[in-house]
Design a protein around this ligand. Structure first.
Ligand SMILES: [Zn+2]
Ligand SMILES: [Zn+2]
Length: 204
């Protein structure tokens, strides 16, 4: 599910590259006014990699409604990004062209478990994005959370928003898992039922 994102500013034509979706590794995306850049903050060392200042989970930028799916697809007009940290002359826009392997997230059990009991923006967006897919496929949320090495939150999350690219990615991933090894998700649907849910009621 991770994606590599590029930001761009219409005024100064500069931008940065960062990732979204890799919640076991990243607290989220941070707009650093000292470094004049957007950057990922590591969960293990929650400091700006450029200037070293400490970043709290609530200081991360919630990109949910501003970053489109691959090739710019979006359900509605994206919300404007944050003000350009390089020139301060206008909001950033985002481009999403690179999809990275989901194994990076699913296979990272140790780092995922190290975040248990703690909340951060990248993880909250991911958790929120599982909900429509759990509902659509009628899955047991506990099984899905266990599959992704997520902990069940005990209080409201730092953000309640959903990211469209991350929902689609979770949907593709869980759909594939349902077709190949449904027992991992405790699901009893047949392959045909999964195909119908994924692609609709048309002839394949
Ligand atoms: Zn700019
Ligand atoms: Zn910095």
């Amino acid at each position: 599910m991770p994606y590599e994102i590029e930001s761009s500013c219409a005024a100064c034509r500069q931008g940065d590259r960062f990732m979204i979706g890799n919640w076991p590794e990243h607290l989220g995306v941070y707009v650093c006014s000292v470094c004049k850049a957007l950057t990922n903050i590591s969960v293990e060392t929650p400091k700006c990699p450029g200037c070293g200042q400490l970043v709290e989970p609530q200081d991360c930028y919630d990109y949910s409604f501003a970053i489109p799916y691959l090739g710019g697809q979006f359900l509605r007009e994206p919300e404007p990004g944050p003000n350009c940290p390089k020139c301060g002359q206008g909001p950033l826009a985002f481009e999403n062209n690179v999809h990275l392997n989901m194994g990076m997230v699913v296979g990272n059990r140790e780092k995922a478990q190290a975040t248990w009991g703690k909340d951060h923006v990248e993880k909250a967006i991911f958790m929120n994005a599982t909900i429509p897919v759990i509902e659509e496929f009628q899955l047991d949320p506990r099984r899905v959370f266990a599959y992704f090495n997520l902990d069940l939150p005990s209080r409201p999350l730092i953000t309640r928003r959903l990211s469209f690219p991350i929902i689609l990615d979770i949907r593709t991933h869980l759909g594939t898992t349902l077709m190949t090894s449904p027992e991992e998700l405790g699901c009893t649907m047949s392959t045909e039922e999964v195909m119908r849910l994924l692609f609709g009621d048309r002839e394949l």
